[in-house]
Design a protein around this ligand. Structure first.
Ligand code: PGA
Length: 314
């Protein structure tokens, strides 16, 4: 046993005896300690006697009816302050886990979820100002890695995993569109076929992206190989590529943040688009949600909470 030499302290009642000792040492009086602890004075004396026996040394000496600590008493008193201080710290942290008004919420969202998740969390923090939030923004594969490592309370995915047991809550529609520069020859055309769209140079997200996964499966369904002009690591980089005239891309309408027209980007009228996908709030099956986590789940399930994040269907 690792703590073999500490065995004497593992007796029933040691912690209570230490708290009695702490009061006597601080107040330098058995009588006042008994009053503070709502105990009879003989009980206080018995507790101190038992603790002295456990330690094997006297803790107090009474000289001229005044209580003095022995050297052993002073050592133990200093240790007591440490021990109770540590217990206090642990209790503070555990209180955060028991109550929704304090504690930390760890959440990770895919790079496309970043367009609404911070505002969604801001609403929650407004309701529970004592909560701390840690938000990670990564692509789908990186989120899957975090989920497997049980690193967060929640994940927001558009393409949740099918090989990990999870609990899912549908949040919002996530329409995907084909975007092009406003002066692109296809910009004013109606009823563009998938094949016509696929003839254009295409900007593809990086491997591991869920958006890329959907785009690839659409090309595969049509048995067409995309003409990938460039692979870019973020939606923002893709938008800059579109503006720069490098090609078209399939992106979530959420990534346009309402300013697409001002930025000179338009959604093309391609058959099968917009593709209607969804955002999901996900947590691992078997995850013991903290009080903060449960409060978040409850908060997000209220219909009026998500309403401001629904995009116009036009
Ligand atoms: P991503 O997000 O393209 O940033 O990976 C989409 C998803 O949630 O799958």
């Amino acid at each position: 046993m690792k703590h073999r030499n500490l065995r004497r302290y593992f007796k029933h009642g040691t912690l209570t005896q230490l708290s009695v000792f702490e009061a006597v040492a601080r107040l330098r009086s058995f009588t006042r300690a008994a009053e503070e602890l709502h105990m009879a004075q003989p009980t206080v004396s018995v507790q101190i006697k038992k603790l002295s026996e456990t330690i094997g040394l006297p803790l107090f000496e009474i000289i001229s009816r005044r209580v003095h600590m022995t050297d052993a008493g002073r050592e133990l008193y200093a240790a007591c302050l440490d021990i109770f201080g540590k217990i206090g710290e642990v209790e503070q942290r555990l209180a955060g886990m028991r109550s929704a008004s304090a504690g930390t919420l760890r959440i990770a969202v895919t790079t496309t979820g970043k367009y609404f998740a911070p505002r969604l969390l801001a609403q929650f923090v407004e309701r529970y100002p004592g909560i701390e939030i840690s938000l990670n923004v990564l692509n789908r594969q990186a989120l899957l890695n975090r989920l497997s490592g049980n690193l967060d309370d929640f994940y927001i995915f558009s393409n949740p995993p099918d090989d990990i047991d999870v609990v899912m809550q549908t949040l919002l529609p996530n329409p995907l569109e084909v975007y092009a520069r406003a002066d692109h020859p296809l910009a004013d055309r109606r009823g563009i076929t998938f094949r016509e769209m696929a003839n254009e140079p295409f900007l593809m997200r990086e491997p591991g992206s869920g958006t890329r996964m959907v785009a690839e499966s659409m090309f595969a369904q049509h048995r067409i190989k995309p003409r990938i002009r460039m692979e870019l690591g973020s939606n923002e980089a893709i938008k800059q590529g579109i503006i720069g005239g490098l090609g078209l891309s399939i992106l979530s309408r959420h990534s346009m943040t309402g300013a697409a027209h001002q930025e000179g980007i338009v959604a093309l009228d391609v058959e099968g688009f917009p593709v209607q996908r969804w955002w999901y709030l996900v947590h691992a099956e078997g995850k013991q949600l903290s009080a903060t986590g449960k409060a978040f789940m409850e908060h997000i399930c209220q219909p009026d909470v998500l309403a401001p994040f629904r995009l116009a269907t036009a």
